[in-house]
Design a protein around this ligand. Sequence first.
Ligand code: 5GP
Length: 239
Amino acid sequence: MNIEEIKAKKPIYSGKAKSIYEVDEDKVLIEFRDDITAGDGAKKDVKEGKGYLNALISSYLFKKLEENGIETHFLEYIEPNYMLAKKVEIIPIEVIVRNIAAGSLCRRYPFKEGERLKRPIVQFDYKNDEYHDPMLNEDIAINLGLATEEELKKMREIALKVNEVLKKVFDEVGIELVDFKIEIGRYKDRLVVADEISPDTMRLWDKSSGDILDKDVFRKDLGDVISKYREVAKRLKLI
Ligand code: 5GP
């Protein structure tokens, strides 16, 4: 694959931290960039090595999901910061799963930060910066035409399965999976896990020290975010 040739074309989509290039009618090349943003893009920076670490970690986690029978868009990791993936139609819903209360859950509801939830919370947010990603319920999602009732049901099932796999992967390396966000795409007649799964899209806490190993380090100005992402990659034995 000639990356330069593919990248010579305009990306079909360019988000806050990734650019997507069409390879053919069935495949895309995802470039993980070093850009980092928070608060709907209000806070921005560039962190060298972030694109590489997120491509590496995402590729590994997609492989783990596939090994556990969950279909994803992942096809191949391409060094240093690319992923070859199936071309899917992304459903504009952020599917969030929480095991421990943190972030917006504690801002909106009387949960205590760090409180272990009685059972996982699956939450659907509308992926829409203009409206600040408002939380959806089934009726709103269906009326907005975002997904069908059957799709929403399936998305919840997929999210909970992904949670079980990821919780185990991180537990084995001494990391607590606090919460995460996935995006799901339509591929042929199926729903597949798409986008990325990285420290940008998860909350990860070191089990023994409680150290934050994810994008909250950037969101809350807690220090060198790249060293935390590197620690995650090291624990997973990727570097
Ligand atoms: P919260 O709703 O607490 O802000 O986020 C819950 C989880 O979903 C966190 O792991 C967070 O990183 C992820 N998440 C939610 N919304 C977004 C988003 O718009 N972008 C990214 N990268 N992650 C998100």
